[in-house]
Design a protein around this ligand. Sequence first.
Ligand SMILES: [Cu+2]
Length: 185
Amino acid sequence: MITRVVAGLLLAAGLSVVPAASTSAGGPTVSVADMQFTPATLKTGLGATVTWSFPDSIAHTTTSTQGFWNSGQKSGGASYQRTFGSAGTYPYHCTIHPEMRGSIRVPVSRSGSTSSGWTLRWATGSGATYDVQVRKGHRTWKALKNDTSATSASFHRVGTWSVRARTQIGSSTSGWSPAVKVRSS
Ligand SMILES: [Cu+2]
C-alpha cells in the first residue's frame, strides 16, 4: 500500500522507476542512459553474455556497426542481451543518436602453461570463420590460421607471443580482438 503510494508519487513527479535486478546471469551490463553507453568500451571474456539496460524514457538502440546485432528501439527499463562467443572487437552505436558509440572487445582465451604449451580458443560455438594471427615480441603479425572454421588450436613456440583473432559471419567481419600474450620455454 505504502509502496504503491510512493511509486505513484514518483511517477507524478516525473521520475523514472527503474526495475530492480536485471536477469544478466552474472554477465557484464552496459547502461544506455543520458546519451551514452556506460562503460563505452567493455572488455569481456569469450562466451560472456552482455546485457544492455535501457532505463531512459526515450528510446535508444544497441546496433552493431558491422552488422552482427540490432536490438531495435528500447526504453523504460527494457533490456537486450547478446552472447559474445567469438573473439574480436565489436563497435556499436545507437541508430537514433549516432553520436552514441560503444565497443565490446573479446580476446582469445588461453589455457596451459609456460612448460606444457597452450590451447588457444577464439570461439565457443560454430557457424563462423576466423582469422588468427600471432607475433613474437613486437615483430609483424603473421597468420596462424586464415579463414578457418576451427575454433581452437594448440600453440607451443618458444618465447613470448601475442595472439589476436577476428570473426566473420556472412558479410559481417569484426575488428581484431585485443591481443593476449602467451609465453613458452
Ligand atoms: Cu540513443
